[in-house]
Structure formats: C-alpha cells, structure tokens
Design a protein around this ligand. Sequence first.
Ligand SMILES: *[C@@H]1O[C@H](CO)[C@@H](O)[C@H](O)[C@H]1NC(C)=O
Ligand SMILES: *[C@@H]1O[C@H](CO)[C@@H](O)[C@H](O)[C@H]1NC(C)=O
Ligand SMILES: *[C@@H]1O[C@H](CO)[C@@H](O)[C@H](O)[C@H]1NC(C)=O
Length: 268
Amino acid sequence: MDRSNRVSAFLMLWLLISVGSSPLSMVVHTSSKVGLPAVLPCTMVYQLETTHAPHIQWQTTRESVFERMGEELFQGEDYTDRADVPKEMLMRGNCSLFLRDVRFSDAGIYESYLVVGKSSIKNRVFIQSVQLAVIDHKTIKSVKPGEDLILDLYTHQAEQVIFQNSNDTNWSVFWERDAGINKKGYPKERSGKLIFRAVTASSAGTYKVLDSQGLALSTVKVTVTEPVLLAKETDALQRHSALGKATISMPPLSLITLFLSFHLMVFK
Ligand SMILES: *[C@@H]1O[C@H](CO)[C@@H](O)[C@H](O)[C@H]1NC(C)=O
Ligand SMILES: *[C@@H]1O[C@H](CO)[C@@H](O)[C@H](O)[C@H]1NC(C)=O
Ligand SMILES: *[C@@H]1O[C@H](CO)[C@@H](O)[C@H](O)[C@H]1NC(C)=O
C-alpha cells in the first residue's frame, strides 16, 4: 500500500466515524398509509427520577406538533385532535408520537425533545429524529356481475372518486362528498365505505379516491368476472335450482295463496 492509498484509507475511516456519530444517521424511518394511524418511535434513555411525567416536545422543521407537560398538552394547528403521546406510555419512558388519520402533508422529519430544568432555566435535550413517509393505497378487486362493489374511502379526507372504464381513456366523476345526489344507482357512503349496488361488466376499470388537493389516496383496479360454467352445466344448474325452489323452499301457505290467487284470476 503506497502513501496516497494509506491517506485515502485513513480519510475514509474518519468519514465513516464522523458520519456514524452525526445526528443524521440516527434518523429512524417509518411509513404509514394515508388515512391510517402512525406511530413515530421514541425511547428515552434517561433514568426518570421523579414520579411526574416528563415534559416532552415533538416538532417538524416547520411547526410545533405536540407537547405534553403533565396533564397539560398542546397540539399544533395542523395536528388538532390527531397527535398524542399517551401519558401512561411516557411514564414508562416511551415517548412515541401517535398520529391519527395521517395526511400526505404529514410526511417529513420529526424531532422529539425532553425539556428539563426549573421554570426559569430550561434546557432541551434532543431525543429522536423520525422520518415519516406517507403512501397511498393500491388494491385489486374482482367482483361478479350483480354483486355489490365496496370501495374503501379510508379517511374523511376523501372528497371525490373518479372512474376510468377499462376500454376508455376518459376519467369521469363517480362520486362526490356532499354532492347531495340521491339518484338511483348513485353510490352510497356508509361508515367510510362506498357501496355500489349490483355491478355490471361496465363497472370494470380503475377507481381513484382523491383528496381535496386532487391527490390519489387510493387506486383500485376492478375486474368484473362472469362465473365460468360450461353451457350444459349452466342448464342443469338452472333446472335443478328451479326444482329446488318449488319442492323445498316454498312453504305450504304460499302454495295455498298461489292456488287461491290463480283461482280468483281464472274465475273472476
Ligand atoms: C412504545 O409504544 C409503541 C406503541 O405502543 C410501541 O410500538 C413501541 O414498541 C414502544 N417502544 C418501546 C421501546 O417499548
Ligand atoms: C371523453 O370525454 C369527452 C368529453 O366529455 C367526450 O366528448 C368523448 O366522447 C369521451 N370519449 C370517450 C371515448 O368516451
Ligand atoms: C370493452 O369492450 C369490449 C368489446 O368492445 C366489450 O365486450 C366489453 O364489455 C367492454 N368492457 C367494458 C368494461 O365496458
């Protein structure tokens, strides 16, 4: 090994050490699907001497996210009703941040700090950096004609669903929140799911759930598949089920009613 090689090897080692000990290398990466909850991990290595819950802060480079001082807590404007560090967990040294209903705009780097000291002189001790990635949902669904198609909206952020037929390049609006449309066949929302009754072959295609920014929260590819049956089998099956209905599933009372209505119809 000549001199220049030795120098560069030394430099390399020095680089490795300095990078290894820089705060950047301690960033923990986590990801969550949009609309679902996320947990940003954090553990305090400090031994807690008091029986009080520690004073903890979470922030991004842009804003304050969450702060807890005993019973008092603060949530940043963009995190109202969505952020928490549960007190019981904090008492056990677990300072993980819980986020509800994650949004695309939540993506980024978060930092947690422990605030120590008496009221006049306070110090912040850096604990953890977490990079949160927020990803969209992608699913494939297969339904049979006549069945219901159920699309998950995942979150109240969902504002619109657009649809592209398998054979088409056009996108059309399939559903809109608060559109107030009560037409027959218009999909109904029930507890965060869109229900589209009795699909036909023309329901096959791609559905995108969009937020108010027009970003896709979810993409669902739907295929509508006819049950594959040979002609003979179908025939036999139909005859069988027709017989089955008449002999088994019809109660005697209905038979009498049927007879009576027939009687009335003929002898009116
Ligand atoms: C802290 O709590 C979270 C949520 O319950 C959990 O996922 C995580 O593993 C905990 N961390 C430790 C170090 O126990
Ligand atoms: C696409 O949409 C445009 C405008 O709504 C319409 O004129 C056109 O016929 C559509 N194309 C197809 C293939 O449906
Ligand atoms: C697409 O086009 C084919 C042939 O024109 C037709 O048989 C099929 O039903 C169409 N599919 C949809 C989803 O409209």
